[in-house]
Design a protein around this ligand. Sequence first.
Ligand code: MLC
Ligand code: AMP
Length: 494
Amino acid sequence: MLKIIQQAQQHLDRTAIVAGDETYSYRKLVSDSAQFAAQLLDNDTDLNEQRVAFMVNAGFDYVRVQWGIWQAGGVAVPLCLTHPLPSLRYTIDNSEAETIVVSPEYADLLRPLADENGLRFIVLGEIDSITEGVTLPSLADSRRAMILYTSGTTNLPKGVVTTHANLNAQITALVEAWEWTAQDHTICVLPLHHVHGIVNIISCAMWSGACCEFLPQFSAENLFNAFRKGKINVFMAVPTIYFKLIAHWESLPEAEQQALTDCLSRFRFMVSGSAALPVSVMEKWAGISQHTLLERYGMTEIGMGLSNPYRGKRYAGHVGYPLPNVQVRLADENDRELPASETGEIQIKGPNVFSEYWRRPEATAEAFTQDGWFKTGDVATVDTEGGYRILGRNSVDIIKSGGYKISALEIEEVLRTHPLVSDCSVVGIDNDEWGELVVAAIVPKEEGIDTHALNTWMRTQMPTYKTPRQYKTVAELPRNAMGKVTKNDVKKLF
Ligand code: MLC
Ligand code: AMP
């Protein structure tokens, strides 16, 4: 039996999930996810790593479906609820999914795609049959469990494959370091196609027998209302969310501010990650919540690697120390280990590190050094006490906005397919709220290009969180003597 199910078996009578007015016990989660596994198996004995893409609302159904796929021996491929059809199609095609599972509201969107490709299509609630006495396959931890899509220095997102062993290592490192227990109660407002929401929040809570509450999407007001109920004691989010919470808190009358501060001060801990936490946000939030945010560093390929201490001093601008069983080093451009105090690329080894990019053996090989260290592309230094400080990234083409990793090359590629765009360059510019803001310099094919219409079109092609927020039309892109676009000069245009 999978370890996460074994863990859940120890807490059958506890509440696993709260969504809206509904609560669901671990007993129900274990039993309903096994039922769903049986439905997926449909008299087969093992899905044998068949990819199952699922577009399912955050809440009980999401976890039930994810655990069902795992227990049937499938590979879970979560789809983003807000992606436009071309992005969904890419994920489904690239992962070679054979089954699509959807909440009813996404059925009309995805059924034609399933029909076109002869994929099995399951709409939750439509044919949830009860299957008695099915034996679920016994699965080795080395089996593939999940594929998450991440943007990188290639123009299209790559599928990051993690095994059950990888996931178990990612979860247990955090459960141990942050001292999760069954008494914890957290809330998830993050999208569920990335590790922050999937691993750090849901999986850690479920591993520990804790309760995970869900909001359908982020809203500062709804989140504060949930906090006010006084049950939540663990909270994790990206810096943009803390920025938005601070802005909302500042708009409230003093009595409400004080009531919230009283409630927040009783939390066990609060975490920030997925992007650099600005010191100003950390300080303002400390004033509001009486908590020094615990900042940690991670990546889709590794889960979490570094964390400030749960007990002990947390430093602003630092991402802390290696998590349990994670080896971390800094290396130069020739992958030689650097002494502490020098600046280099963070490289990671350990059972938490993903197994491969899906169907991309060359990209996988390139991502590792010859002696097996994963090259993160993030540049850091180590202070005298061994704490890491992130300084930036190797590639200007990787942008972090709202906690999402975004490839400038992917956006440029899409922009260039527009009939009125001759050339373009996309960069990220610093922004207090979003970390970086995606902006695009456009060389139009003819004068007077309507960037408003271009923006509307972009939103049909890509997830909105990836689309440029500002456009500048230029006669030519700035280039160096070799003819290469100089992205730092592009940034200066904005
Ligand atoms: C949305 N908007 C943006 C934007 N995203 N504007 C600028 N830059 C962006 N990146 C705009 C929208 O277009 C819209 O405006 C308005 O903001 C509200 O849109 P929304 O989609 O409703 O936004 P909101 O719900 O407020 O989203 C903000 C957010 C979201 C922070 C909640 O971005 C989010 O969930 N981010 C978390 C992503 C995440 O989980 N990352 C972890 C990856 S794993 P308009 O004008 O269009 O109405 C990882 C590893 C690790 O990184 O270490 O954890
Ligand atoms: P993703 O591919 O979406 O998993 O994003 C991983 C990237 O997020 C890392 O490579 C870092 O660049 C960035 N990141 C995550 N946590 C932090 C942090 N605490 N500070 C700075 N950058 C971070």
